[in-house]
Design a protein around this ligand. Structure first.
Ligand code: ADP
Ligand code: ZN
Length: 526
């Protein structure tokens, strides 16, 4: 059968999704593959179809027993003989399965990584033809991945022990370059065909907002969408409690979910949401794994999450049915500080030596920075996401807040120079708020405490509204003219580019929403 016929007869689909066919073709040509695809994009078809076209057995390595069971069940339903080998089988069942496998009964076998190098399994694997190995959740092999599994390191060891090297395919939804390089190296991929697809979800609308009152923003949104199901993600359990209590008090049918609740309450609340007894789920990122509710119409992030991977996975729970859905992120500067705190604290529950920990923290900080830039950018948000994950988007999608806002280039050279001077004047010792309050000439407790009234920068931007000043500040950070220190206190530092802004003919413009018109004219007439 051709791959199209297999797709139709076994899986019931007429066409391949974007990316599936190129992966299948590469594998059939005998080339290793490293495919980056988000959850739900359809990775399984990429190895299941070629597995059925190759002569020998395909081993699929997967970290989760429940995932293996699901996959094997649906393959069997599709009329494909498959089995799994993991610790959920009794010894009797395990050896029976191995015997059948040896007799050539299963073209596809799912196996847990820790089984690979056991004597019984090796004995089997060396005496049959293994034509392909597909590694699911391949990022588990990397220490930099979200969930490192030492047993994944056995995969390369196992392959070395085989009489003939099979084709190897690796699949993951994690995008960072380090993780991809680790996967290729630690699995021993040879000149792999690398591809990134399926990240673009056209039906999702993206927006970043910086409301003064986040709760009001959420409340109003929910009231405007009374019949829709939505998820509100909060960074901490405490906030989940707070927001859900307020919503319930405001007579909105909301429920909550976080790891601090009893199993029973979590199960009940989850069911209430899935079966539409409650419309709004307020939750930490503990909610969502393995939950398949296709008609979630919006996902609001009450706080900025700690990286784009997390954000996109959570936001992506909206609109699984393909109908329009909205993903809104509510940003505030405090979110950066909270995330930094969480990154610092994460060492407590990890067994790592000091050097590894430093590297992991550095990478976490870098990811947090990329996340922050998503909140700062005035360019197309979808383009930003796709670029982050290594895909190429258009610079205008038409379906995000930035694409729908009319921006205008605005000369900010004066303010930029003032900010750099201010940071310099206070010896690079203070945080964002002190810097901005100084420029505005505000009189807060900190300003008085640090005697900023005497600073030459005090009040030089007094005419500029606070939120505009902050936008310009964010823009300078985004462009690398200023830097936020990574020590958990977000101290503003100069960079090697800062000086450029102090030159006489310095030229820097940024996009600001069109309402700036008035101010621009005012400035020209001065
Ligand atoms: P992943 O492993 O990437 O999370 P799955 O392989 O489980 O995703 O696929 C997600 C869903 O998409 C499944 O319901 C699957 O049946 C469906 N799917 C996969 N490929 C296609 C296709 N070519 N056409 C339509 N649906 C598909
Ligand atoms: Zn856009």
């Amino acid at each position: 059968m051709t791959k199209q016929e297999l797709l139709k007869t076994h899986f019931g689909y007429d066409t391949f999704r974007e990316g599936q066919e190129t992966v299948i073709d590469a594998l059939l040509e005998g080339r290793d593959v490293l495919a980056v695809m988000p959850t739900g994009a359809g990775k399984s078809i990429c190895y299941q179809v070629p597995a059925l076209m190759m002569k020998g057995i395909t081993l699929v390595i997967s970290p989760l027993i429940s995932l293996m069971k699901d996959q094997v069940r649906s393959l069997n339903q599709a009329g494909i003989s498959a089995a799994y080998l993991n610790s959920s089988l009794t010894q009797g069942q395990y050896f029976t399965a191995l015997r059948y496998a040896k007799a050539g009964r299963y073209p596809i076998i799912y196996v847990a990584p820790e089984r690979l190098t056991t004597e019984a399994f090796l004995d089997f694997a060396r005496n049959v033809e293994i034509s392909m190995i597909a590694v699911d959740e391949a990022h588990c092999v990397s220490q930099w991945g979200q969930d490192f599994r030492p047993s994944y390191l056995k995969i390369a060891e196992f392959i070395e022990l085989l009489p003939k090297r099979p084709v190897i395919s690796a699949f993951t939804a994690t995008a960072t370059k380090e993780v991809r390089e680790d996967i290729a190296r630690l699995l021993g991929l040879q000149d792999p065909f690398c591809t990134t697809t399926g990240f673009d979800r056209e039906n999702l609308y993206f927006a970043v907002k910086t409301p003064k009152d986040k709760y009001k923003e959420v409340h109003d949104y929910v009231m405007e969408h009374p019949d829709d199901s939505g998820i509100i993600y909060c960074l901490t359990r405490k906030l989940v409690e707070e927001v859900s209590e307020k919503l319930i008090r405001d007579r909105i049918s909301a429920t909550r979910y976080h790891a601090g609740l009893s199993d029973e309450e979590r199960r009940n609340n989850q069911d209430d949401f899935i079966y539409d007894r409650c419309h709004v789920m307020v939750a930490t990122n503990a909610f969502g794994m393995g939950i398949d509710k296709s008609d979630v119409r919006y996902v609001i992030h009450y706080n900025m999450p700690k990286n784009m991977e997390g954000y996109y996975q959570e936001a992506g729970r909206a609109g699984r049915d393909g109908d329009p859905a909205e993903c809104i992120l509510l940003y505030s500067g405090k979110d950066v500080v909270t995330n930094q705190y969480l990154i610092e604290r994460s060492q407590d529950n990890q067994e790592m030596d000091a050097a590894t920990w430093r590297l992991v923290r550095e990478r976490d900080q870098e990811r947090l920075k990329q996340m922050t830039f998503y909140c700062f950018t005035h360019d197309c948000l979808r383009e930003y996401i796709l670029k982050y994950f290594g895909e190429y988007g258009k610079s205008y999608c038409g379906n995000c807040l930035n694409c729908q806002t009319e921006f205008e280039e605005y000369d900010v050279a004066e303010e930029a120079a003032a900010m750099v001077r201010c940071v310099e004047n206070c010896g690079q010792r203070y945080g964002i708020n002190v810097i901005l309050d100084t420029l505005r000439g505000a009189s807060t407790a900190k300003i008085r405490q640090y005697h900023m009234e005497e600073n030459p920068s005090y009040g030089v931007c007094a005419k500029m509204p606070a939120h505009k000043l902050r936008q310009i500040f964010n823009y300078l950070v985004l462009r690398g003219y200023l830097h936020l220190s990574d020590d958990g206190y977000t101290i503003v530092k100069l960079t090697i580019s800062s000086k450029e802004l102090l030159e006489d003919n310095a030229h820097i413009t940024m996009k600001l929403p069109k309402e700036q018109e008035v101010r621009k004219k005012e400035k020209r007439s001065r």
